[in-house]
Design a protein around this ligand. Structure first.
Ligand SMILES: [Fe+2]
Ligand SMILES: [Fe+2]
Length: 310
């Protein structure tokens, strides 16, 4: 069967699972309102038509680590029009799949709105830079790396939702600002629920197509890059997040790779064909490498920390 026809078949087979997962999502949803997480009383007019005070770096309140984490995540959140298109193309906009894509879009839009309003009102980021980078990033568009491979795309979005949750939890830990902490808790909760929806789908994929799913997992782990990889300043922001511990190699290993592979039972799946077994070996090697990288990174960070305090 051609790959695209096979993927349509898989989507049809998975539809009852998606319908149940969407029901659970709606049943357990608690709506929230971005405007309630923005300290509007701290705001004042900017320069331009209102003749207020221009932005200046000295006005920033958040520490650099939390700020860089928010700037990176905001770039990703604000490219939502592209993601909506890509995920709609991948899953379709019909039936439960369409219901999910639209609901997910509703929730993701809250994140971008709340973070941008928070940063602009508290003057924690340059509002001109925010708008210029958003414009460049949205103009550039986005294409998922695994277009044409449904299961790999599902692996990608599951991993992405999990990684995003972990990054918001990291920003919450570091930000040292109660309103930001509350907002990060709220958003991380949403990201977790997005991950849970996809996890349910992916677990069904492992049951129905174990060899292909493990091959997809191996491919995505090997090639993963965050969706904002083409955004202006991405390299600096992602390095800052690694240094601060929002998304370090240790965090990747402990809070993303390990739980992700455990939730799929990727290393415990039996009865695989040779291609699935090879993928399983590749996944095990990835995990070993990631443990190794995490250890080396920790040792380096400790050495640099000792040097800094010596
Ligand atoms: Fe989000
Ligand atoms: Fe999400």
């Amino acid at each position: 069967m051609p790959a695209i026809a096979a993927d349509v078949r898989i989507l049809i087979d998975l539809e009852p699972v998606a319908a149940d997962a969407l029901d659970t999502h709606f049943r357990t949803t608690v709506d929230w309102y971005p405007h309630q997480y923005v300290p509007w009383s701290q705001g004042r007019d900017y320069d331009g038509p209102l003749g207020g005070e221009p932005w200046d770096p000295s006005q920033r309140r958040l520490n650099a680590a939390a700020r860089d984490g928010l700037l990176h995540n905001l770039l990703a959140e604000e490219n939502l029009p592209s993601y909506h298109r890509v995920i709609g193309d991948m899953l379709s906009l019909d039936g439960p799949w369409g219901g999910w894509v639209n609901r997910w879009t509703v929730e993701e839009a809250r994140h971008g709105t709340a973070i941008r309003d928070y940063l602009v009102v508290t003057r924690s980021a340059d509002p001109v830079l925010l708008e210029d980078t958003r414009a460049a990033h949205v103009q550039h568009g986005y294409e998922i790396d695994h277009r044409g491979d449904l299961i790999a795309s599902l692996v990608y979005v599951t991993l992405q939702e999990l990684g995003t949750r972990v990054s918001y939890q990291g920003i919450r830990r570091l930000c040292d600002e109660p309103v930001c902490e509350a907002l990060m808790r709220r958003i991380a909760h949403d990201e977790n629920r997005h991950m849970l929806f996809y996890r349910t789908i992916l677990q069904a994929c492992v049951r129905m197509h174990p060899d292909r799913t493990l091959q997809a997992v191996a491919t995505v782990l090997r090639t993963f890059r965050p969706p904002a990889h083409a955004a202006p300043g991405f390299g600096r922001l992602i390095s800052s997040m690694a240094r601060s511990g929002i998304l370090s190699p240790e965090i990747y290993h402990r809070d993303i790779a390990l739980p992700f592979l455990r939730m799929l039972g990727a290393l415990d799946t039996t009865g695989l064909a040779p291609a699935g077994q090879r993928a399983q070996e590749e996944i095990a090697a990835h995990l070993e490498e990631s443990a190794d990288r995490a250890g080396r990174y920790r040792a380096l960070a400790e050495r640099l920390g000792r040097l800094a305090t010596a």
